[in-house]
Design a protein around this ligand. Sequence first.
Ligand code: ADP
Length: 340
Amino acid sequence: MIEFQQVSKQYASTHALKDINFTVQKGEIVGVIGKSGAGKSTLIRCANLLEKPSSGKVFVADQELTALSASALRDARKHIGMIFQQFNLLNSKTVFENVALPLKLDHQKTDKILGLLELVGLSDKKDQYPAQLSGGQKQRVAIARALALDPKVLLCDEATSALDPQNTEAILTLLKKINIELGLTILLITHEMHVVKHSCDRVIVLDDGQIVEEGKIADVFAAPQKAITQYFVDSALRAELPGILQEKIFPAPAKNTIPVWRIYFKGHAAAEPIITQLAREYELNLNILQASLECIQHLTLGIMIVAVDAAAEKHQAGLDFLAQKNLKVEIIGYVARETL
Ligand code: ADP
């Protein structure tokens, strides 16, 4: 439904996109994640040619956008909805009028707009103005407006970045609902992995204008290949210690310190009594500093950060046991025994 073929974009001396190739199938939700400056905005703006690629081809719904005349492109864009971080509503118009903007208003269209407002859960707000709405409600209006022309594709440009966690969840749930009920193909960009975690089928990792990794969400979370992907996965799984504990971790062992391990569990291992076994059979006293468990596309993933209080010679046997169980372990530092 969306395809980039060897797309590059150069702004003066900045090579914002370098040889980008990917496909989004009909009905898929695909997330593009990257740090600030990675090229995400440029990429999504190339998907409807708001930004013209310096080279390469962009296809949407079997049409090569990069080959169209200006007027043909205007028509093609009617099949591509877009929502933005800052909602882009007209403050002088009501909710109803904002959603009506892409349509020429007549009686039949009124029913359509009321239907869209019902779909996004805003039927009771139709006569209100944007200033009277919360951020989440404003984004719902923007979504209804983006759907007014029955697009085949919805582009979401950091659509939840201005929202609190609760509204973020609600908007992601709404996008998923629209995807399922209308069969709409969705491409979204974000700098936060938790946004793609539950809403997307696949994720593409963008770094310095290049695709460095892509795959199904569960596969990427279970076995990230690149350090930057690991960073995003860790942030979404809350693999970092709270700040107050981080300050107490030393990079190297010292007198009276004990090691701190980060253990990654996945699949069946998350349900096994591995910590109990480490304590009973390997005589390791484990102080749990942080633990989280997530179910992502039917894959259970867990992270536990433990301080290992045991004689040094017992550590290796414990690490060997975890390796045997196929669990990844990192020694993230050392902590003074008395601070625990
Ligand atoms: P992201 O959305 O991931 O933060 P962008 O696509 O906005 O990344 O930017 C990618 C790179 O291109 C950055 O180095 C940015 O400074 C540069 N860039 C983006 N837009 C322009 C522009 N209009 N003119 C010049 N450089 C730009």
